[in-house]
Design a protein around this ligand. Structure first.
Ligand code: G4P
Length: 284
């Protein structure tokens, strides 16, 4: 997947989302639970706030459970419903169905009072690439469907998908790239694998990871790489990467060591790690 962000593309996607908002009752915004801030598309925030809106913290099986709970509280305080999801392993996503109905209970009741039985809910799914949008749509629909935005050439026309529990789903138009204003957001997206590895040099991403682990998961870092306090105190993270290169037996191949650090993060060698921390993130 190439990674490009052009204001023109984003404005087009924004206008298309705005148009389609009129057709739906609720927006399902899918984010990566490891990056509940960095994997959101800030350009869309204003317009989707006009609608009922649920943030789906997907890939929660990879995220730090304590921080997922903190993020849910954070969104609740902002007045937005959220739910954690592990779409890879949860075949039913029934909690999501329940939450959608709860969020729309007043509207459904209004229709029922007017004599409309089984009001067909219309929801739109949005999310930057790789957050698990196709997986969620497939699980909700119960079969493999071609998801609009992710592959160039796949139709960008309206694409309604039917579930067998009264919810019709509208896929996002086009590709909603993340917007990287802050270099740390880029590093976090790269570290999680949300954007292609070639976009940032691996040593930059690995040094970012070592800094982040040192600040937030120090014991896990020292345990996994068998580091002592002198290693941590006497080295900058750049030097630490050089030290690890030697320790891994990679001679002076720093890129190889950097790629190993990145893969160790992705493969959960440091356990479930969340890269965005509520509150702290906004102060950065
Ligand atoms: P997208 O449409 O938003 O671009 O994402 P997509 O569903 O294609 O998912 C991207 C990758 O994330 C896939 O992995 C998918 O399996 C994985 N994924 C989706 N939801 C979850 C989740 O809740 N937890 C975990 N751990 N992974 C999730 P892949 O390696 O590209 O494919 P695959 O080999 O897993 O099929």
């Amino acid at each position: 997947m190439a990674f490009q962000w052009y204001p023109g593309h984003m404005n087009k996607a924004k206008n298309q989302v705005q148009d389609r908002l009129k057709m739906v009752d609720i927006v399902l915004e899918i984010v990566d639970a490891r990056l509940p801030y960095s994997s959101r598309n800030p350009v869309l925030e204003d317009i989707i706030n006009q609608k009922k809106h649920i943030i789906i913290l997907n890939k929660s099986d990879l995220a730090d459970p304590k921080l997922t709970a903190d993020w849910k509280l954070n969104f609740e305080q902002e007045g937005t419903a959220s739910i954690e999801s592990d779409a890879k392993h949860d075949n039913k996503l029934s909690n999501l169905n329940t939450l959608i109905r709860a969020e729309l209970s007043q509207k459904i009741a209004k229709y029922e009072n007017a004599g409309v039985k089984n009001y067909q809910i219309k929801a739109m799914c949005i999310g930057i690439p790789n957050v698990g949008k196709s997986t969620i749509l497939n699980k909700m629909v119960g079969k493999n469907v071609a998801v609009t935005g992710n592959k160039p050439g796949v139709t960008k026309n309206q694409n309604w998908l039917k579930t067998n529990y009264g919810i019709d789903l509208l896929d996002t138009p086009g590709i909603l790239w993340p917007k990287i204003n802050d270099p740390k957001v880029g590093m976090k997206l790269a570290l999680s694998g949300a954007i292609k590895d070639k976009i940032y040099p691996p040593d930059d991403v690995a040094i970012f990871a070592l800094n982040f682990l040192q600040a937030h998961y120090l014991k896990r870092l020292t345990d996994v790489y068998n580091l002592d306090s002198a290693d941590m105190l006497n080295h900058t993270t750049g030097e630490l990467l050089m030290h690890l290169t030697e320790q891994f037996g990679y001679k002076e191949d720093y890129d190889r060591a950097a790629r190993k650090v990145i893969m160790d993060v992705r493969n959960l060698r440091f356990g479930r790690v969340t890269f965005d921390v509520p509150g702290e993130f906004y102060e950065e």
